[in-house]
Write a protein that binds this ligand. Structure first.
Ligand code: COA
Ligand code: AMP
Length: 630
């Protein structure tokens, strides 16, 4: 069957399609049907089935005689180490860790926060939670203590599993003091913490609260897999929304297993036993779906890469890893390729390695600019497939169904909708638009298995953020169009979310931080175009009357404040003091116009602008920062 036939077979019988895909998963009790309507536009998949994620990701491969196959390769150019863990070893390690967590009281439904760098122990911690039916929430290491505290208060974890440190080029990230700071800041306190001590830094353990990763597992009874309902949350992953309060995206167990397993062959075109590599971080959705769960559930070998695309040690790292481990399909963010291209424009490093094992490269996380795609295609000689999805969906909305049929690539488009997604372009009033017309991208409900059923502790916010604008649809927050051939094009976000080096950040969240500076009366944060990272945040602050301190002192404090409150990952380094912000007569800040000026793009003077002269002042401030040159 070609793509069109597969898509049509889903459309004509969505439940039958997913029931058939569910056959590939081991169930303790098979679901009686696929879709369950909870009411008022809420849906769940495989709700009355019973299964276990860890069983499907680990144990079943051992039972099937594949225990000797490598499950995880830890390739860490930053520490100069390489480590391989077979499925049989992984099962023993995870069962022991789960046993130790259970012995300390962690049970099905309890939350566990995981705050770890790119080490296999991060995956083992995730799998140990799923083994018990505990709900993990992984927090990215580049966030500050305050962000971790917000997540602790929302998820209310019984335990936190962390590493003593992370490693960034040239600097050790001291996780333990960040963790201690976050627990101090949070109102909710975990019962206990488990600390994985890395050689690079041995952290102080708090007597009675903190346990050493190894010591705590000594002599415990390994735990078996606990069957959970299909609609039991496997995890919560927080992502940026319009405000500083992150949204807790929930992933239900049954749909997660079924959908991810389907993607491995049909999108990434790998068979069990093949090596699959997603160069991301376990703290992001790509890391959850494609470093941990999907490759393991499908019986692949996954790579946990602790390094950067450049500088660890050079721009040849990607090609070295692909060649050394015989990677069949590779997934990264366009930003990473822009960094490699900057250091190695002619692709000379590619020639030093044999990458004939590689079939295709997949890009996602941000807009893939044509220059980068063309460069990657030229230097690697491989197909480059852009694909579009979000933390909320957990897997591809639109992409190349390479395992079904390699359709023609159209540069600038992430290709076509996957089965499960009825993607439509809507105007403001919710009417479908014609091919080629730009509008809001929405997906007809119900969303497919593996996508978010709601937000943790925030059903109202779920409805307001995603369901209320276009009744009967899920609002993606992206704008774009569909062409005559059914190919989708993603143009921009419709909200205050920006994308910095493939990392999703909230400008609203940064504004909340700046507004808390004692000298700041008012502020705006916008996302400006950046050659390397796609976008960079830029802040404008107006000072409280009577403040006479040097402006560069204040902007430096603002930069530090965002780094301390949100984290280095915000990459907030551009900030200017201005007298006034451009607004409409009703007081709305004209952020989109400011972005256009910064990027030297043509813009139409907003009819409702209060005082056009303020735009000239903004332009002067932008020029002083090296922007608005055109
Ligand atoms: N823990 C702690 N700090 C982290 C971190 C982590 N896991 N990840 C990033 N940071 C820090 C960086 O050290 C940097 O700090 P600095 O301001 O002190 O230099 C800051 O956060 C910004 O990081 P980043 O935006 O990643 O920039 P960079 O200059 O370190 O690297 C790239 C640039 C392009 C090489 C890098 O962004 C990259 O590899 N991007 C790939 C993105 C990706 O995989 N995204 C996942 C979505 S699919
Ligand atoms: P995240 O939830 O961090 O994965 O970010 C999701 C958002 O990143 C999407 O809503 C898009 O705005 C953007 N995005 C992800 N993939 C792509 C892509 N292939 N092309 C354009 N934008 C993308």
């Amino acid at each position: 069957m070609g793509y069109q036939e597969v898509y049509e077979s889903w459309k004509s019988d969505p439940e039958g399609f997913w029931m058939q895909q569910a056959e590939a998963i081991d169930w303790d009790r098979k679901p009686s049907k696929a879709l369950f309507e909870v009411g008022e536009n809420l849906y769940e998949w495989f709700a009355d089935g019973q299964t276990n994620t860890c069983w499907n990701a680990v144990d079943r491969h051992v039972e099937a005689g594949r225990g000797g196959q490598v499950a995880i390769i830890h390739d860490s150019p930053i520490t100069g180490t390489l480590h391989k863990i077979t499925y049989a070893e992984l099962r023993n390690r995870v069962a022991r860790l789960a046993g130790a967590l259970r012995a300390k009281g962690v049970e099905k439904g309890d939350r566990v926060i995981i705050y770890m760098p790119m080490v296999p122990e991060a995956l083992e911690a995730m799998l140990a939670c799923s083994r018990l039916g505990a709900i993990h929430s992984v927090v990215f290491g580049g966030f500050a203590a305050n962000e971790l505290a917000v997540r602790i208060d929302d998820a209310k974890p019984k335990a936190i599993i962390a590493a003593s440190c992370g490693l960034e080029p040239g600097r050790v990230v001291h996780y333990k003091p960040l963790l201690d700071g976050a627990i101090d800041l949070a109102t909710h306190k975990p019962d206990f913490c488990v600390i994985f001590q890395r050689e690079q830094e041995v952290a102080h353990l708090e007597e009675g609260r903190d346990y050493d990763w190894h010591g705590f597992q000594y002599g415990v009874e390994p735990a078996d897999c606990v069957p959970v309902e299909g609609n039991h949350p496997a995890y919560i992953l927080y992502t940026s929304g319009t405000t500083g309060a992150p949204k807790g995206v929930i992933r239900h167990t049954g749909g997660h297993l079924v959908a991810l397993n389907w993607t491995m062959k049909n999108i990434y075109n790998v068979d069990p036993g093949d090596v699959f590599w997603a160069a991301s971080d376990v703290g992001w959705v790509v890391g959850h779906s494609y470093i941990c769960y999907a490759p393991l559930v499908h019986g692949n070998t996954t790579i946990v890469f602790e390094g950067k695309p450049v500088g660890t040690p050079d721009a040849g790292t990607f090609w070295r890893v692909i060649s050394e481990h015989k990677v069949r399909s590779f997934f990264t963010a366009p930003t990473a390729f822009r960094a490699v291209k900057r250091d190695d424009p002619k692709g000379e490093y590619v020639g030093k390695y044999d990458i004939s094992c590689l079939r295709a490269i997949y890009l996602a996380g941000e807009r893939a600019d044509p220059d980068t795609i063309e460069w990657a295609q030229k230097v690697t000689g491989k197909p480059i497939y852009d694909h579009w999805w979000q933390t909320e969906t957990g897997w591809t909305i639109a992409g190349m169904p390479a395992g079904i049929e390699a359709l023609p690539v159209k540069i600038g488009s992430p290709s076509v909708p996957m089965p499960g997604y009825d993607v439509q372009i809507l105007d403001e009033a919710g009417h479908p638009m014609k091919p080629g017309e730009l509008g809001a991208i929405a997906v007809k409900l119900p969303l497919p298995p593996g996508t978010l059923p709601t937000l943790w502790n925030a059903e109202d916010r779920f409805r307001k953020s995603y369901l209320s604008h276009f009744p009967g649809y899920y609002e993606t927050g992206d704008a774009g169009m569909i062409d005559e051939d059914g190919y989708l094009y993603i143009m921009a976000r419709t909200d205050d979310v920006i994308n910095v080096a493939g990392h999703r950040l909230s400008t609203g969240g940064m504004e909340e931080v700046l507004a808390a500076h004692p000298d700041v009366a008012e502020c705006a944060v916008i996302g400006v175009t950046d050659q390397l990272k796609g976008q960079l945040p830029m802040g404008f602050v107006c000072l409280t009357t009577g403040v006479n301190r040097p402006h560069d002192e204040i902007t430096k404090e603002c930069v530090k404040l965002v780094r301390d409150k949100i984290g280095p990952v915000a990459a907030f380094k551009l900030c200017a003091v201005v007298d006034r912000l451009p607004k409409t007569r009703s007081g709305k800040i004209l952020r989109a116009t400011m972005v256009k000026i910064a990027d030297s793009e043509e813009f139409k003077m907003p009819a409702t602008i209060d005082d056009p002269a303020i735009l000239d002042e903004i332009k002067v401030a932008l020029q002083a920062m090296g922007y608005a040159k055109g």
